[in-house]
Design a protein around this ligand. Structure first.
Ligand SMILES: N[C@@H](CCC(=O)N[C@@H](CS)C(=O)NCC(=O)O)C(=O)O
Length: 187
């Protein structure tokens, strides 16, 4: 049986949010694991921008934005409030997360300063913990932030964030989401 195709990369937080929705909705896909420095020709043909995740439906349509994949597989009409949180996550928080994790990739990036700036988002989340699709759209990024220096992260007093993240990371859905696949090789 022909299934929709998902190009994905295990550790990518955008791909994770798409996979979480796919798992929660029971949407079946053929999973194709991508190594970003060796992207398959077929993926580049259907989505030349070259980012994951990419979902190709059985009628040939291509969805190449993680949020649109979430919206498609698990019908979700984002409220303006949800849109605001996602914009903050994907722009403000992601910007500081990248500079905290990889300061050498950016000129004059002070990783401690960027960690401080990222904390603003986390303390706002702490007083308004996301749920449902919004939670799935955000927690993979917070996971990345937490993993960079778990001891420091655990010492911060965001009790709600800690509980929320732990619950997500220990869920059966997330375990499924992190299934390891070998690199997909085009025949
Ligand atoms: N706006 C895209 C962003 C996806 C994205 O940037 N994915 C990263 C991996 S985490 C990627 O494919 N990077 C490859 C590149 O930028 O060359 C989405 O939400 O799907």
């Amino acid at each position: 049986m022909k299934l929709p195709i998902l190009y994905s990369f295990r550790r990518c937080p955008y791909a994770m949010r798409a996979r979480m929705s796919i798992i929660r909705s029971g949407f079946e896909v053929e999973h194709r694991e991508v190594i970003l420095r060796d992207r398959p020709d077929h993926m580049m043909e259907i989505s030349p921008k070259g980012t994951v995740p990419v979902l190709q439906l059985t009628d040939g349509r291509v969805i190449e934005e993680s949020l649109e994949i979430m919206e498609y597989v698990r019908p979700w009409k984002l409220t303006s409030e949800e849109r605001k949180w996602i914009n903050r996550n994907d722009n403000e928080f992601k910007f500081h997360l990248d500079r905290y994790k990889y300061p050498n990739r950016y000129e004059n990036a002070d990783h401690i300063l960027h960690r401080e700036m990222a904390c603003k988002f986390l303390s706002d989340i702490d007083s308004d913990i996301p749920s449902g699709n919004l939670s799935d759209a955000i927690f993979p990024f917070v996971r990345q932030f937490a993993n960079h220096d778990r001891t420091w992260f655990d010492s911060q007093n965001w009790n709600n964030v800690h509980q929320w993240l732990d619950a997500n990371l220990s869920s059966v859905e997330f375990k499924e989401c992190m299934t390891k696949y070998p690199q997909w090789i085009q025949e």
